[in-house]
Design a protein around this ligand. Structure first.
Ligand code: AMP
Ligand code: ZN
Length: 111
């Protein structure tokens, strides 16, 4: 099965890396929706937030540690974390990812 974000993790598809460790990869979104917009993904293929289980949830916690660390390093204090799950919610890549958006005022609720 081919997956765009698995190909980014393997390096087969180039990306603008923000952070990497053994479990997690983070890179700037190709179509930014805010002055700062990057994605944090588990290296393991998890299809969406709806596929998180007791067996794989540790990497989700780690994603949030990475979000806290990277935003701090970038000097960002105010940001939004979004994970779209399913087509109706706007998920276009079926590999779990957390959008991190910052640098502008945000509206609520999201559209
Ligand atoms: P979603 O629509 O919530 O599934 O988010 C997928 C995100 O991946 C979108 O914001 C896209 O702009 C982004 N994206 C798609 N292809 C790439 C790529 N090759 N490099 C970086 N970001 C990408
Ligand atoms: Zn994948």
């Amino acid at each position: 099965m081919s997956c765009l974000f698995c190909s980014i993790v393997s390096g087969d598809v180039p990306s603008n890396k923000v952070y990497e460790d053994e479990l997690v990869y983070a890179f700037y979104d190709i179509d930014p929706q805010a002055p700062v917009h990057f994605l944090v993904i588990p290296k393991e293929h998890i299809p969406s937030a709806g596929a998180v289980t007791p067996e794989n949830s540790a990497v989700v916690a780690h994603c949030f540690e990475v979000i806290a660390q990277v935003t701090k390093e970038l000097g960002i204090t105010d940001f939004r974390v979004v994970s779209n799950c399913g087509l109706q919610a706007g998920q276009s890549v079926p590999h779990l990812h957390f959008h991190v958006l910052a640098g502008r005022d945000m509206t609520w609720p999201p559209g």
